[in-house]
Design a protein around this ligand. Structure first.
Ligand SMILES: Nc1ncnc2c1ncn2[C@@H]1O[C@H](COP(=O)(O)OP(=O)(O)O)[C@@H](O)[C@H]1O
Ligand SMILES: [Mg+2]
Length: 251
């Protein structure tokens, strides 16, 4: 099967000279749950923006579902790759929840009854059926995150790119979003690439973790391989997952 993402030697430098990515290699297979784990400023958002076509590729190669992003039409990418931004306020602009989630499918030119079906279906996937008529500005932060995810799911993507989907949530909210993403991945077969610096839930959900530091991959592997490398996590400015640090202390 063609991998969902193959990135080789990706480099990205911002206008004033910040080297955000410095030779990143990443492979994501279809159906995998992959996490980009790093402290702030390490290049996670830049990497997701390249994968979603929001930033132009400068150096290196990047294939999404076997197609070179340089040749891939933005419209095609938009139909297959769902994105949620770190801050839901950057993403939600409908007046109501229902209108917001309808935006993508409507833009695709789907008939209105299909649009409405998708709105209901994706709001129900994220557990926000009751919010359809609610004004966006009356939502809580956690509800906004769910609605942004519903908007991405309404496009029925084969892959979701999620930038810090649990940042700013309390532990219960974080657990509930992670469970939801796990379900979307396992039950619906959607490939997930999730950028985060929050690690407690990752061992339960991620198939593979890439640890980044200063725009480079310093480790990748399954959760066990990554979370047993204590020094490496420290070097990356990350703490151990809570459970792993407990076990470490009891040894
Ligand atoms: N639009 C931008 N212009 C200039 N520098 C940027 C921009 N976006 C990010 N950077 C810089 O690039 C580096 C990587 O940032 P980013 O990809 O946002 O990392 P992360 O998501 O891991 O916090 C940081 O040094 C950041 O300050
Ligand atoms: Mg970021």
């Amino acid at each position: 099967m063609i991998p969902a993402v193959v990135a080789k030697n990706l480099c990205h430098t911002y206008g004033e000279g910040t080297r955000a990515l410095d030779g990143v290699d990443i492979t994501v297979r279809g159906g995998e749950f992959v996490s980009l784990l790093a402290s702030n400023g390490s290049g996670k958002t830049t990497l997701l923006k390249l994968m979603s076509g929001l930033l132009k590729l400068q150096d290196g190669s990047l294939e999404i579902n076997g197609e070179d992003v340089r040749r891939l039409k933005q419209e095609k990418l938009y139909r297959t790759v769902g994105v949620t931004f770190q801050n839901p306020d950057d993403q939600l602009f409908g007046s109501t929840v229902g209108e917001d989630v309808a935006f993508g499918p409507r833009n695709m030119g789907l008939a209105e009854d299909e649009v409405q079906k998708r709105v209901l279906r994706s709001l129900s996937i994220v557990g926000a059926e009751g919010l359809a008529g609610r004004a966006i500005h009356h939502l809580s932060y956690g509800q906004k995150k769910r609605v942004a995810l519903a908007g991405a799911m309404a496009m029925e993507p084969s892959m979701l790119l999620l930038d810090e989907p649990t940042a700013g949530l309390d532990p219960a909210g974080e657990a509930s979003i992670m469970r939801l993403l796990g379900e979307i991945n396992r039950k619906r077969g959607v490939t997930v690439v999730l950028a985060t610096h929050s690690i407690d839930m990752l061992p339960l959900f991620a198939d593979k973790i890439y640890v980044l530091k200063s725009g480079r991959v310093i480790k990748h592997g399954d959760p066990e391989a990554v979370f047993t490398s204590h020094e490496l996590l420290e070097d990356a400015g990350l703490r151990l997952p809570y459970v792993s640090s407990l076990i470490h202390k009891m040894k």
